[in-house]
Design a protein around this ligand. Structure first.
Ligand code: NGO
Length: 530
């Protein structure tokens, strides 16, 4: 395939090109969205996109789909299914050929395309073929998500099947896309309210659709312990029973956790398990009296206060407990991270807190994991591999700037549990109201002045569950702001612009509706109807 040197970055022509308008001025944006017709719903916005000249690619009964490498089988199967739902036609697998046949969709790996990195992809659509190439399987997966957003919205709807095949078209274009940040995450608090395995999988699906790649599970807090630990069975037998409001809680068995991990991995999402400590530990303290300095177990807790609980940090047995927990969770988590929490400890001295975090860090490292913790841990002496997750808007920026690695979850931008608007029944307000524009309009590159180049790994949206009763509430607070954070994490800063984003967001409504997502129809977004 001949690659052209002429690349449009969203609406601007960057390099001289036969197709470029005569003047070097930026290309006038097509009405509304700044993307060629047929590509108006791409979200996150690709880094580089050049509209093609020729005819569209037509998916017909003769279209074949060829995945050149067994590692791409999952992406190919998913794409075949979306095409089948979109058109009533399931493209036949093509046998390997020297060059892809015409009327073919070809997915391939080319490790020599190092500029695409581990997650980038190159997608060329013309009248004859669709060529999707990446250096690694994750890139093909993200390219397939882009193709999915180019298909009609009813590709998402399991219930719609056409009696007769209905060909669909894909617009001619060339996309060369790589993410801005390696860490594009979301946190789900399954401790304050428990979410089932199926709920978590549905959340993973939302991440994958938006090219997000980390799911941080907040697995323990004052109100509940949600992961089976063989050596400490009462953590779940007692500590997993309740949740906020006193309703029944729940927990994941090891087999269920493995199921979540595998489901996420198939969608290139890495699970980041969190056991919050030394504070936010009432569920553990209520399960085992020996974890308390007093030797007395407190009652279970179903309120929403924070800061009152802490492990007995001066008791050596506490560290045996932590070693057992970290060891079992590390063994069932293939990803490289263990999140130790570390937030909002109000009952320890600063010295006790620092010593505790440093000991936990050693334990995490001994179990082969990289420690991540909320931004209070930045005050401790951290290993070069440890990651600080910034959340407090008022956290001292000079301390944060010294962190070797940062994940940014500023509560006043990326906390999905804040209300959109004061009239909305669910959500909190302590970090302010977060309408969609506020969640979108910030730059992770400048949030922490003085941060070393490359120290910002990326962004993470946080969905705390004090006010979430079920998956419908979860979806309502997450969407559309999750999509906003996804674009902040993926798309280049130079293309960041609220107005075109707002219109691309509006174009998601039919797809999200077909997916059955209970999204907030923010009044400032001109949501598209069918
Ligand atoms: C804070 C607190 C959580 C709350 C959340 C609610 C952090 C890191 N600790 O964020 O316990 O659930 O706010 O927005």
């Amino acid at each position: 395939m001949k690659r052209t040197a002429c690349v449009f970055v969203a609406t601007a022509v960057l390099a001289g090109c036969a197709r470029a308008p005569k003047a070097k001025a930026p290309q006038p944006a097509p009405p509304g969205h700044g993307l060629p017709s047929g590509a108006a719903a791409l979200l996150p916005l690709p880094a580089r996109l050049e509209p093609g000249r020729g005819a569209e690619f037509r998916i017909t009964g003769k279209t074949v789909l060829h995945a050149g490498d067994p590692a791409l089988a999952g992406s190919a199967a998913a794409l075949r299914e979306w095409i089948r739902r979109a058109t009533g036609i399931a493209p036949a697998p093509a046998s390997p050929v020297a060059g892809p046949p015409e009327n073919a969709i070809e997915l391939s790996l080319d490790p020599a395309r190092t500029a695409l990195g581990p997650e980038g992809y190159d997608l060329v659509i013309d009248a004859k073929r669709v060529l999707l190439t990446a250096a690694a399987p994750a890139g093909v997966f993200y390219g397939v998500q882009t193709l999915r957003q180019l298909l009609p919205y009813w590709a998402e709807h399991e219930a719609v099947l056409f009696a007769e095949p209905r060909p669909a078209t894909l617009p001619p274009l060339h996309i060369e896309d790589t993410p801005r940040f390696a860490w594009r995450g979301a946190m789900l608090d399954v401790a304050r309210h428990f979410f089932t395995v199926d709920d978590v999988k549905r959340f993973v699906d939302l991440l994958a659709l938006h090219k997000m790649n980390r799911l941080h599970l907040h697995l323990a807090d004052d109100q509940g312990w949600r992961i089976e630990i063989a050596k400490w069975p009462d953590l779940t037998a007692k500590g997993g029973l309740g949740e906020v409001g006193g309703t029944p809680g729940g927990f994941y068995t090891k087999a269920q956790y493995a199921d979540i991990v595998a489901y996420a991995a198939a969608r290139f999402v890495t699970i980041v398990p969190e056991i919050d400590m030394p504070g936010h530990t009432n569920a553990a303290l209520a399960s085992y009296a020996q974890l308390n300095c007093s030797g007395q177990a407190p009652p279970p807790y179903s309120g929403t206060e924070v800061g009152f609980s802490a492990l007995c940090v001066d008791n050596p047995a506490t560290y045996q407990f932590i070693d057992d927990i970290v060891g079992e969770i590390a063994a069932m988590t293939p990803g490289p991270y263990f999140h130790c929490g570390g937030d909002e400890v109000k009952t320890l001295t600063p010295a006790q807190y620092r010593t505790f975090i440093e000991r936990v860090q050693t334990i995490v490292q001994a179990h082969g994991k990289q420690m991540i913790g909320w931004d209070e841990i930045a005050g401790a002496t951290l290993l070069p591999s440890s990651i600080v997750q910034h959340w407090r808007p008022e956290a001292p920026k000079d301390t944060l700037a010294r962190a070797a690695h940062l994940v940014l979850s500023p509560a006043d931008r990326s906390y999905l549990d804040m209300k959109y608007h004061s009239d909305i029944a669910i959500g909190l307000t302590w970090a302010g109201l977060i309408p969609v524009k506020t969640a979108y309009d910030w730059d992770p590159g400048t949030l922490v002045p003085g941060a070393a180049p490359g120290s910002v790994l990326g962004v993470e949206a946080a969905l705390w569950a004090e006010t979430l009763a079920n998956i419908r509430d979860l979806e309502f607070l997450a969407m559309p702001r999750l999509a906003a954070i996804a674009e902040v994490g993926w798309s280049p800063a130079s293309l960041h612009s609220w107005e075109p984003f707002r219109l691309r967001l509006a174009a998601q409504a039919p797809r999200w509706t077909a997916l059955g997502i209970n999204f907030y129809r923010a009044p400032d977004i001109p949501w598209k109807s069918f």
